[in-house]
Design a protein around this ligand. Structure first.
Ligand code: ACO
Length: 378
């Protein structure tokens, strides 16, 4: 095989053969296991979609009910995990708390023998079940409140709200939040999925794999952008100030958060669905100033960025929905992780079938045969 040219960011270099999901960046189409996300948002639930991603097919009625039950029965956290979270600094970022707690889960549950597929099933169940409990638990513990234990009879999204607020929300909110979970569940070979796969290729346990992915998701060029978008919209303050803000950003060649994508050359289909979810949400609880600012930013930014094929991505509108639901801004990326864990685990299971240690090459650009200069002669 001929050595490749160096591609910064591995742009365009396939890192895996995968049947989990596909993006057509020219047409703006995203499919999970061949089914379009629009269809899944209309007809599926987050947990059913997670099953589809993990096992490659939609579950039968009996399989779905067993899956939902298995997840519901594994939501609780051991006291030691809650005690561990209580020891973390309350001003720390929730993504760091999530990463620490997920890594710690691996010390409590057997996950090292990744050849044991039965055990891998239970690891996947535990991770999908416990991430929301960690996120909601940390959100309360850092304020000095007790963590609220999950309720088995509540669905995935309803239970998350309950653990966060001690109340069950309006059913429409539950549906909208569940759609947000579906839209964030998977997205081909992105930075956090690749990070997880590199860790997984060493045959590390799945808790370590997911903790690695959480670390990669945190950065503002990836999942952390949803938090930055809302901060940007707050900084702009009113829709009439959006034009000047965008002008200034373009003049000084700064990136607008929530815009651009390595693969999409048109508007991210998830951004389009999220916008329509904004519309449904605002019918029950009034519009949002942030949304009006976002529309003004999109209009103005499109004038500059259309030619470069830079459009709003998934992170541009998701935070506006969570903000309207009263969720703290720094929980947006952990919520992204709660959903994306399904995709990370689907890729992990797929890779285990034909695993090969990731060990890429480099192009050495340094010197050779340099003399060692003794300390007193430097
Ligand atoms: N604002 C303004 N210009 C942009 C933006 C943006 N958000 N994104 C890309 N561009 C411009 C670049 O300046 C560059 O222009 P140039 O060719 O004149 O230099 C061109 O579009 C190509 O951009 P790159 O950064 O080279 O494209 P890349 O594929 O590496 O970047 C990325 C993709 C990192 C997502 C980028 O668009 C970005 O930084 N966006 C802002 C952060 C963000 O929203 N991240 C979330 C992505 S979705 C997700 O991860 C869940």
């Amino acid at each position: 095989m001929m050595p490749h040219d160096f591609m910064p960011g591995l742009a365009g270099i396939p890192a895996a053969k995968s049947a989990v999901s596909d993006v057509d960046g020219e047409r703006g189409v995203l499919e999970y296991r061949g089914i379009r996300v629009e269809e899944l948002c209309k007809r599926s639930s987050y947990l059913e979609t997670a099953y589809l991603l993990l096992f490659g097919h939609l579950p039968t009625r009996a399989a779905l009910s067993r899956w939902v039950e298995d997840v519901a029965h594994h939501r609780r956290l051991k006291y030691s995990i809650i005690d561990l979270m209580k020891c973390l600094p309350e001003q720390g970022h929730p993504m760091d708390a999530l990463q620490a707690a997920v890594a710690a889960l691996g010390m409590f549950y057997p996950g090292r023998n990744v050849e044991d597929m039965e055990n891998n099933y239970w690891s996947a169940v535990r991770l999908i079940a416990k991430l929301p409990t960690i996120v909601a638990g940390w959100a309360r513990l850092r304020r000095g409140d007790d963590a609220i234990p999950p309720r088995d009879e509540l669905g995935f999204s309803e239970n998350f709200f309950y653990m966060l607020t001690e109340k069950t929300p309006h059913p429409l909110w539950v549906d909208i939040f569940d759609d947000c979970m579906i839209l964030h569940a998977e997205h081909t070979m992105n930075a956090s999925t690749f990070t997880g796969l590199v860790t997984a290729s060493t045959l590390a346990d799945p808790y370590t794999v997911v903790a690695s992915s959480i670390g990669a998701l945190k950065g503002p060029l990836h999942g952390g952008a949803n938090e930055e978008v809302v901060q940007m919209l707050r900084e702009i303050g009113t829709p009439d100030r959006a034009g000047a803000y965008v002008d200034e950003h373009m003049r000084t060649k700064q990136k607008l958060m929530g815009f651009g994508h390595r693969i999409y050359k048109v508007k991210d289909p998830r951004a389009t669905i999220l916008q329509s979810l904004c519309g449904s949400l605002f019918k029950t609880c009034g519009t949002s100033q942030l949304y009006d600012i976002a529309l003004a930013v999109e209009r103005k930014a499109t004038d500059f960025l259309k030619e470069k094929k830079v459009h709003p991505n998934v992170d541009f509108y998701s935070g506006i929905i969570y903000d309207k639901m009263g969720i703290d801004t720094d929980l947006f990326t952990p919520i992204f992780a709660m959903a994306r864990v399904a995709g990370w685990l689907a890729h992990w299971l797929e890779q285990l079938r034909e695993n090969k240690l990731f060990r890429p090459d480099q192009i050495y650009a340094g010197e050779h045969d340099r003399p060692y200069v003794p300390l007193d002669q430097r």
